[in-house]
Design a protein around this ligand. Structure first.
Ligand code: UD1
Ligand code: CA
Length: 460
């Protein structure tokens, strides 16, 4: 960890315009909470010491990032961006390196951009470097007032003169500060402005007035610094992020027939030569191997799929592990705890749950396999059901290798079927079946000849 770098991320704002019970920075973008992205960008640029200022529903925000090493700071009342940074002063006491300041609601900012900002800040030996942007419509943002290279001050929209409002270069709310300078300058802030807030931007004017170097670097891609205030912007950011994630996968050898309709969460892995058809969703901690085909309408959540699998149209797969060269679907439902060892076939309208299938076992249609351990090369006939639930408890079905199950069979669990047995079609199996047996449990067929003629005389 570079001891000379620390980042503060401001995330205490209420996010009123989201009109949500969920704190703004927890709204997901490609499966990750918004706040994940600025944290990731900071880390990528070498800032590993991270301090996040939270206010609104702070407990919920903390819980979400319980696994990350973050100093959480509470800002109980939102008195402005300057006040928010003041709240972090104690947590960073004694820190004298370079301080990065980011906003938790600016998720598209990239680590590379921060890296070049840091390089510039160091080269210039600046006290403050502001990341700026040229906006076609700058209204609402703070405007950058410059004299050549030197930034003199930042004027908020509400405090700006008509002439200042015509300036197109705006403050993105991303800064690098010499930490000692900024924490001492914060002590002199006042609320003497149109919004009655402590403006962090006033630190910029203070630095310039003290004769320090204040620089502004204009971002190449203005969409990177877009702030999220409402759900339209959230959807816009999601589209940008989706395109980034999908392009990265395509560059790594994944094919997408229509990448605008492929929804892959951040962190999902997909192997080369896998083809993703339109309207596919790969969510959470999913991993898809190489050379797979994922057809339209497939939703995979928190699952792993090995190489060479075919997931056919309309299948839903949750918390499942799928071994190599399996065929699943169309319209199959693999629920949590499903393990397909390899070369398995799970066809249409088959549902599995807490089910382990050995190599080569298959179930082609209309079956429920739940709470089951199934050996190798087992064939399920159409309409097989493991009756795993007695209304109070779940029970286990065990089926050993090479069992052949005829159509329309019920296994009333707990029950065990020995290897190489055959279960006759239409059987309800309530007792264990020894190996190498035929089990059949259905009423014998009776044919009553002439019955139809007697019951229903032919109409003349
Ligand atoms: C601020 C800048 C403005 C800049 C704009 C970029 C100031 C005074 N103005 O505007 O120049 O163009 O960002 O988006 O800094 N926050 C807190 N606590 C607070 C207030 C804000 O944590 O008391 C957080 C918000 O959650 C948000 C960030 O700070 O993540 C920016 O706040 P916001 O109100 O959006 O910025 P503005 O004041 O409008
Ligand atoms: Ca504001």
């Amino acid at each position: 960890m570079d001891k000379h770098l620390a980042a503060v991320i401001l995330a205490a704002g209420k996010g009123t315009r989201m009109k949500s019970a969920l704190p703004k920075v927890l709204h997901p973008i490609c499966g990750q909470p918004m706040l994940h992205y600025p944290l990731q960008a900071a880390r990528q640029a070498g800032f590993e010491r991270l301090c996040v200022v939270i206010g609104h529903q702070s407990e919920r925000v903390r819980e979400h990032f319980a696994d990350s090493e973050i100093d959480w700071v509470e800002q109980r009342e939102q008195l402005g961006t300057g006040h928010a940074l003041m709240c972090a002063a104690e947590s960073l006491a004694g820190f004298s390196g370079t301080l990065l300041l980011l906003c938790g609601d600016v998720p598209l900012l990239e680590g590379d951009t921060l890296e070049s900002l840091l390089a510039f800040h160091r080269d210039e030996q600046a006290a403050v470097t502001v990341l700026t942007a040229e906006m076609p419509n700058p209204s609402g943002y703070g405007r950058i007032i410059r004299e050549g290279e030197q930034v003199l001050k930042i004027v908020e929209e509400k405090d700006a003169s008509e002439q200042q409002k015509r300036i197109g270069e705006i403050n993105t709310g991303t800064y690098l500060f010499a930490a000692e300078f900024v924490f001492s300058a914060l002590q002199n802030l006042n609320t003497d402005n149109a919004q009655g807030e402590y403006y962090l931007t006033d630190v910029v004017a203070a630095a310039a007035a003290a004769g320090k170097r204040v620089r502004g670097v204009c971002v190449n891609e203005p969409s990177e610094v877009m702030g999220i205030n409402d759900r339209c912007q959230l959807a816009e950011a999601e589209a940008v992020m989706r395109w980034r994630l999908n392009s990265a996968l395509m560059r790594d050898g994944v094919s997408m027939i229509d990448p605008t309709t492929v929804y892959v969460d951040a962190g999902v892995q997909v192997g080369a030569d896998t083809v993703l058809h339109p309207n596919v969703q790969l969510r959470g901690k999913t991993r898809i191997g190489a050379g797979c085909i994922v057809e339209t309408g497939v939703v995979v959540v928190d699952s792993s799929v090995a190489d060479g699998c075919q997931l056919k149209a309309g299948s839903a797969i949750e918390e499942a592990q799928i071994g190599p060269t399996c065929k699943v679907g169309p319209m199959a439902h693999l629920r949590p705890g499903t393990v397909l060892t390899g070369n398995n076939k799970i066809g249409n309208f088959v549902e599995t749950k807490k089910a382990l299938l050995g190599e080569g076992s298959q179930s082609s249609h209309l079956t429920y396999i739940g709470d089951a351990e199934v050996g190798r090369n087992v064939n399920f006939g159409c309409g097989t059901i493991t009756c795993n639930y007695d209304g109070a408890q779940k029970h286990q079905t065990t089926i050993e290798d090479d069992v052949f199950i005829g159509s329309d069979v019920q296994f009333v669990a707990p029950v065990k079927i020995g290897r190489n047995s055959l279960i006759g079609a239409g059987s309800t199996i309530t007792k264990d079946v020894p190996a190498d047996s035929l089990a059949i449990s259905r009423a014998e067929q009776k044919n009553i000849e002439g019955w139809a003629l007697r019951k229903k005389p032919k109409k003349s």
